[in-house]
Design a protein. Structure first.
Length: 258
């Protein structure tokens, strides 16, 4: 009996190791191929920067205090910009069919695609973080909270990008158009530019449905020590959003590729 149990455990670990290796291979492929694509650079770096700059110019606030919001929207756009570009392109050149037919689970495919957006966004978000530290001496009161907030927010929106990329099209513009109908409203209802306390009640209620609300709240807490919600609640809600997006992405990829 012990040998049987050990055999099952060994098979399980081998399977998990195989799936993790497959997910990493998918992520590494995206890193090499798509990180420097012009449309990813525009949507992941330039677009959030200039949008934030346009709204920050009219504010009577020290530049350093705007860094948390800039990090939040950078994570939103950069994390969700990889998969909506890479997956339609790979459908067009038929390499995505090979991934679907590979001996790996859809969970590994979705996780691997999301991982590439996650790593990309963390790298991009380090730029406003470093600018805040070096140029504006912006203090960070809770560094571990900031690390957790950036990681969860990045993976949440990377999974959102993977979810939208499930739409069966070879046209990058179609996926981006659908995604932007969600991303742009999130900026204005999540407390990045307009504090939730200054919103009408209906706006505050809608903000509770946005994952960016909790990511931005947690990042702001890491910098200032104050937040609307408990950091533990922010973590819990972001994890729930990640699980929902991962589950929905798996179902859609299965449905559209049966």
């Amino acid at each position: 009996m012990p040998s049987t149990e050990e055999g099952k455990a060994g098979a399980w670990f081998a399977r998990v190791s195989h799936e993790i290796s497959a997910a990493w291979a998918i992520s590494r492929k995206d890193m090499i191929t798509y990180y420097i694509k012009p449309n990813i650079i525009v949507m992941g770096i330039l677009f959030p920067f200039f949008m934030f700059l346009a709204f920050a110019i009219g504010k009577n606030a020290p530049p350093g205090t705007l860094i948390p919001g800039l990090i939040a929207i950078t994570l939103l756009f950069s994390a969700s910009s990889i998969e909506p570009v890479s997956i339609p392109i790979e459908r067009r050149v038929k390499t995505f069919d090979r991934l679907l037919s590979a001996p790996i689970s859809l969970h590994s495919l979705v996780f691997g695609e999301s991982l590439s957006g996650f790593l990309y966004s963390l790298g991009i978000a380090c730029f406003p973080l470093i600018v805040g530290i070096i140029l504006f001496a912006t203090p960070i009161e809770h560094v571990p909270v900031l690390v957790i907030a950036m990681a969860l927010t990045a993976f949440c929106f990377a999974t959102l990008g993977t979810l939208f990329a499930a739409y069966p099209t070879e046209n990058v513009g179609e996926v981006m158009s659908m995604l932007n109908t969600v991303r742009l409203p999130l900026i204005f209802i999540s407390g990045v530019f307009i504090p939730l306390s200054a919103m009408p009640q209906i706006g505050q209620d809608i903000a509770l449905l946005s994952p960016l609300t909790y990511g931005n709240d947690m990042i702001a807490y890491a910098y200032t020590g104050t937040s609307l919600f408990s950091p533990l609640l922010d973590i819990l809600v972001l994890v729930i959003f990640i699980l929902i997006f991962q589950f929905a992405a798996n179902r859609l990829y299965k449905r559209f590729n049966e």
